[in-house]
Design a protein around this ligand. Sequence first.
Ligand SMILES: Cc1cc2nc3c(=O)[nH]c(=O)nc-3n(C[C@H](O)[C@H](O)[C@H](O)COP(=O)(O)OP(=O)(O)OC[C@H]3O[C@@H](n4cnc5c(N)ncnc54)[C@H](O)[C@@H]3O)c2cc1C
Length: 440
Amino acid sequence: MHLVIIGNGITGVTAAITARRLAPDARITLVAAESAHHYARPALMYLYLGHLRYADVKPYADWFWAENRLELVHAEATGVDTAARTVQLATGPTLAYDQLLLATGSVVRTPGWPGQGLRGVQGFIGLPDLERMSRATQGIRHAVVVGGGLIGVELAEMLHSRGIRVTWLVREARYWQSVLPPEESVMLEAHIRRHDIDFRTSTELGEVLGDAQGRVRAVATTTGQELPAEWVGLATGVTPNLALARAAGLATDRGILVNELLATSAPGVYAAGDCAQHRQPAPGEAAVEQLWYTGRMQGETVAHTLCGQPTPYRRGAWFNSAKFFNLEYQTYGRVPAQPEAGLASFCWQHPNGQHLLRLNFREADQAVTGVNALGLRQRQDVWERWLRDKTSIGTVLAQLAAANFDPEFGRQHEPAIRREFERQFPGIAVAKPRRKGLFG
Ligand SMILES: Cc1cc2nc3c(=O)[nH]c(=O)nc-3n(C[C@H](O)[C@H](O)[C@H](O)COP(=O)(O)OP(=O)(O)OC[C@H]3O[C@@H](n4cnc5c(N)ncnc54)[C@H](O)[C@@H]3O)c2cc1C
């Protein structure tokens, strides 16, 4: 069996390593255009910040691939003939495959603003972007970041670390409002502004303005304001990379359409990770998942199917984490941005604006359904268990220390969290903490 995988991101690489374990005799080839070896994409910003070197963000040593008989081809795949089962490379020979996995990731999404092609205007998704950004931001004084969300905050932090004045434009009325409830947005906006970022909500980019040499010099907002900018970062989201799937004639929508085995519309061709779109996602789950851990899970799952052990993809409880400057964010389960009928939402905030805990639970049976934590580190294994077991909010509050990654911290805030819960929900009993004396 010759398995060809396009893309050496977390999805493709997890699939390759899993397949090697399950099928010791298979020939496995990884084709990748961006880099010769796999690297951790979420760590890109730390290269710019100078906290890590490129060698530090490669999870596997260069000898690992040959040692595990994983053949690496550093080239772009430009076409697939699904009838002949061959992949066309931009350089080098055509590759014949028995099974093909597309793990082509995402590309930057931009609405097509006038002037977005000027020099010094770019998205941020991979190594070439990091290199362009590093060169273009040397010695500059003003930059503009466009678009809320997680890549926006990374860009703001990166620029800020080099003493560059950052103006950050967000079209929505509040930060990441499609994902976060209002209290979280407000807390993060204040936190971002404390880092000297000129953060502007309800402000939309109208046009990017250039100088005579074709370099960006300013941006104009839709209300006609002109802001100086020697560099503009576009953080308006990513979208599945469909170029190869379209060239292959596969069925696509927003992403490459796959069934629960991650099989595409062509026999022997699978798609997973950021580029895939589930035809029938489970209730409450997203059709397109663009996260590191879901890429890893999809890669591992599809490898089983590719190796003759058909395995449906089941994501399990939702999880995400991020960092907003020095403030950590974690979410487990479902925490909708807007109130929902039948769902109660308890939110505690420390008066210093550095810590927030939101616990959502069903009104009917008080089973906890999700948590948002800002500035509080929670244990994933504990939350997964509480969500799976439909643990009651009263029990969760009593046992909150068990979810604390940092028990020192728990000693300071858990009594206050419980007192606030009893104030907001006087009708719901909170069980006594399990270990007497732990909560001060
Ligand atoms: C700056 C940044 C920070 C992020 N931070 C986080 C985070 O903190 N947590 C989190 O959960 N997620 C984060 N993400 C998202 C996460 O990195 C992605 O969800 C994940 O990398 C997707 O993995 P993938 O393997 O599906 O695709 P990718 O990692 O995008 O890899 C796909 C690879 O395929 C290659 N490729 C595409 N087409 C071809 C072709 N035709 N021929 C050859 N090669 C091809 C691409 O060049 C690319 O290298 C971040 C993303 C970015 C951009």
